[in-house]
Design a protein around this ligand. Structure first.
Ligand code: CAO
Length: 424
């Protein structure tokens, strides 16, 4: 039995943040029913198209293992069907713009009237306060949550990161809130509202930078390279380039082939515990005991000199040779892996983190499987549903519509053109 088997999720999410959350719930075994606008569906279905006529990778890679029902939640019959779904499901997840659910007539109070055990989980850009009505996308959240101001180089502009910490990060936070509320409900029988704001999620993931903000009051942040360069600190946590965020200095360094390969780099950490091994491997054994180099505090104003020496060595090796040499010596290093290399990684394919998926419209594509492994809840990644693929199935099997009642719903126009069979 899968961990969340028996849990029914009314998935009213779109774009990236909400779908990330409900995809995880589906992978853990929940029956996730994605409600989409008839004839239109989640906007991402038709965004960043690479195969004409087919659902985009943007959509397919965020909506595995779900069922899709087309439903106009602003039409009277559509509202009745949605009410039946709320009665039947355990969890409702949404990430509409602020107020959209209320405007449909489904306020939290109304949802509780329909189903007091319902867990309503919402993602918004901001929590309650002066920005609560704003629409928010990934990079806005990265900027408003403290990530952008602390990412990049000191002499350059703030940078956003490629990892989708605002969207997928908040989806992860929401997922944790949902399973916590489900646990609470098994003890009390009561549902509750679970809210995750993207600004809060990004700030949570930028926690160490708020730590550094407060450390500034006690003096310069000595593990930031600007300390060794004699550049004064300002009032706020600065951008630290590729300096390590913790107390173990690290940098991204060039490896053999860097002149032509944009990813021929390694991350190299001069961990204090293996300083002797670092000195030996880079050909500077004299630094092991030399005054000014022997202890971590003494080295903090010489990080540029030290990493220049390490880089002279890493430039003679490929990023994989650096791994092979340093790991047996317990020196923490990591190759900069490109998306191409990750997609082809045999190890990640064996664990199911990278998987091939068959899709009737687009053929085979590669996706990221479930990144969390439960020993008794193995995940089989199933392709995303076509728009409305399960409309009739959900109406009959989940909600019990049949005969004239079913015909009336279909004829009302609330559920679009019902597909008679899944397009396998
Ligand atoms: N039937 C009928 N109407 C539907 C429907 C359905 N099945 N599904 C959605 N709609 C309607 C909504 O009710 C809303 O109508 P109103 O504006 O009249 O209330 C309308 O579609 C548009 O919804 P939206 O405002 O959520 O969508 P948008 O494209 O304008 O904004 C976004 C998108 C992401 C900016 C906004 O949803 C948002 O801020 N969400 C919260 C934060 C978030 O999750 N952001 C991350 C997105 S991923 O980068």
């Amino acid at each position: 039995m899968k961990a969340l088997e028996g849990v029914k999720v009314l998935d009213f999410t779109h774009v990236q943040s909400g779908p990330t959350c409900t995809q995880l719930l589906a992978w853990f075994g929940a029956d996730v029913i994605k409600v989409e606008r008839p004839g239109v569906g989640d906007a991402t279905r038709k965004q960043l198209i690479d195969v004409p006529g087919a659902d985009s990778l943007y959509f397919t890679m965020l909506n595995h293992n779900k069922r899709s029902i087309e439903l106009n939640s602003k039409n009277e019959t559509g509202k009745q069907v949605l009410t039946r779904l709320i009665e039947t499901c355990d969890v409702m997840v949404e990430n509409f713009a602020p107020g959209a659910l209320d405007r449909m007539g489904f306020t939290w109070e109304r949802i509780q009237e329909i189903n007091p055990a319902m867990i309503l989980a919402s993602i918004k850009g901001f929590g309650p306060g002066k920005y609560e009505d704003c629409k928010v996308y990934e990079n806005v959240a990265q900027c408003a949550g403290g990530s952008a101001s602390t990412t990049g180089f000191r002499d350059g502009p703030p940078l956003v990161t490629g990892a989708q910490i605002g969207d997928s990060g908040t989806g992860l936070h929401l997922c944790l809130g949902i399973v916590t509320a489900l646990y609470h409900r098994t003890q009390t029988g009561k549902g509750q509202k679970v809210s995750a704001a993207m600004q809060d999620g990004v700030l949570n993931l930028s926690r160490v930078k708020l730590r550094d903000q407060q450390r500034l009051a006690a003096g310069p942040l000595k593990e930031y390279s600007q300390f060794g360069e004699g550049v004064p600190f300002g009032e706020a946590t600065p951008r630290a380039g590729n300096d390590s965020g913790g107390g173990q200095p690290g940098r991204i360094l060039k490896c053999k082939g860097w002149e032509t390969d944009p990813d021929a780099y390694t991350y190299f950490i001069t961990q204090a515990a293996v300083w002797g091994n670092v000195c030996d491997v880079i050909g500077k054994p004299e630094w092991k005991d030399a005054p000014g180099y022997a202890t971590p505090p003494e080295r903090l104003d010489k990080l540029n000199e030290i990493f220049d020496a390490v880089e002279q060595w890493t430039m003679t090796k490929t990023k994989f040779e650096v791994m092979d040499i340093c790991n047996p010596l317990n020196i923490p290093v990591g190759p900069i892996l490109s998306m191409k290399e990750l997609m082809e990684d045999e190890g990640l394919r064996k664990t199911g983190t990278i998987v091939d998926v068959e899709h009737p419209e687009r053929g085979t594509y590669v996706t990221v499987g479930c990144p969390v492994k439960l020993s008794d809840s193995p995940v089989e990644v199933v392709r995303s549903p076509l728009l409305g693929e399960h409309t009739e199935e959900v109406l009959t099997q989940v909600l019990g519509y049949e005969g004239e009642a079913l015909a009336a719903v279909i004829e009302s126009g609330a559920v679009g053109d019902v597909r008679k069979e899944a397009a396998e």
